[in-house]
Design a protein around this ligand. Structure first.
Ligand code: FES
Ligand SMILES: [Fe+2]
Length: 368
């Protein structure tokens, strides 16, 4: 087994707190946009207006009129075009192409169709409207999505799904390294239903590189987390696998014979100092028990609130001491995150394929 020497590095590393363009990000829950309603939102410091066309397909435009920057979300939408409330210019909802400038006379030379409001490709998956952010402007020749929209893995047609969300008062990097930090569990998430402080023990986990991320290889989950103990009723071996992939996504799959539970957490920057956490879970476990979803909500909210509180309390300290230590092996995943991010940014700049920071499988050891 590979031994890693004790190591402390500081963050943010190169690329710290920089946004990553060229990815899909979840913007809104699908149920937020109904009928002809326009909904304003923001991700990656891009103001957005979302809606649905007459056929129900979602769209996302930059919420900034190209004429004089008025918010398009304050305008009217007829199911095809969004009308700016300032001078009445109309923009096609999916492409942002200008269709009408009411102030021009018939002999005007102005070519309306050359004018565009920024638009972002949109897809719906797992109850979210996702938008593809090629850049902050939202329209460029390279603006076509290179990657499919992320989808939570599901095994079989009959399952339940639940969603949780929270805002985190910190940068994307702070939130993401918190998401992948195994060492805080027994301290921050200490509770009768999850972990006790006494449950801390040495762990050894195998990791492997995957495209744009890394995987904690499939293994039998720690016996010291209460939720996993419940799965014993099924009698089958329980395995879990956890992936992190850029830009912001942690996906966990728990399998137990023909039963499964999958969940995904994404951390999406709203601004440089504010993030949206979206958690989505699907399962076919305990389908006879109607309280799985309510219990997941109840405990999930408390769990996320514990992390939110840490972030709040960390904030003044981070102002005077923005550099953090990453200590092997417990913080190695955080280090990989920064390395992946730097490698992605470098490949964007050079146009060369991304150099993956993980060369092969590796085993990490820590106590948690
Ligand atoms: S600012 Fe939108 S039409 Fe003038
Ligand atoms: Fe946590």
């Amino acid at each position: 087994m590979e031994q890693t020497p004790p190591l402390a590095i500081s963050s943010p590393a190169k690329g710290g707190d920089e946004f990553l363009w060229g990815f899909w990000y979840p913007v809104l829950r699908s149920n937020r946009i109904r009928g002809r309603r326009l909904v304003a939102s923001a991700r990656l410091e891009v103001p957005l207006v979302l809606g649905r066309d007459a056929a129900g397909k979602a769209f996302a435009l930059r919420d900034v009129c190209p004429h004089r920057a008025f918010p398009l979300s304050l305008g009217r939408y007829d199911g095809h075009t969004v009308e700016c409330a300032y001078h009445g210019w109309r923009f096609e909802a999916h492409t942002g192409q200008c269709r009408l400038v009411p102030s021009i006379t018939e002999d005007s030379k102005l070519q309306c169709d050359r004018i565009h409001a920024g638009s972002f490709p949109c897809e719906e998956r797992d109850g979210y409207v996702w938008a593809y952010f090629a850049n902050s402007e939202g329209r460029s020749p390279g603006g076509c999505p290179q990657l499919p929209v992320p989808e939570l893995p599901k095994y079989g047609g009959r399952y339940r799904i639940a969603h949780l969300s929270a805002t985190l008062d910190c940068s994307m990097d702070t939130a993401i390294i918190g998401l992948m930090d195994p060492a805080h569990g027994p301290f921050v998430h200490r509770s009768w239903w999850w972990r006790s402080r006494r449950s801390i023990r040495e762990k050894q986990k195998a990791f492997e590189p995957i495209p744009q991320g890394f995987r904690m290889s499939s293994h039998t989950p720690s016996a010291n987390s209460a939720p996993y103990k419940l799965l014993k009723v099924y009698g089958a071996a329980v395995t879990t696998q956890i992936d992190f992939v850029l830009p912001n996504m942690r996906t966990e799959e728990v399998r137990c014979g023909k039963y499964w539970f999958t969940n995904r957490t994404t951390i999406t920057p709203i601004r440089h100092d504010l993030c949206q956490l979206d958690f989505c879970a699907a399962w076919n476990l305990f389908s006879w028990f109607p309280l799985v979803a309510p219990l997941l909500h109840f405990f999930g909210k408390r769990f996320i609130a514990q992390d939110q509180r840490v972030i709040e309390l960390q904030k003044p300290g981070l102002k005077v001491q923005p550099r953090m230590m990453l200590v092997d092996d417990a913080d190695r995943q955080a280090r990989w995150y920064f390395q992946l991010k730097s490698a992605y940014l470098a490949s964007q700049q050079s146009g060369m394929p991304m150099q993956h920071p993980l060369e092969g499988p590796i085993t990490l050891r820590w106590r948690s």
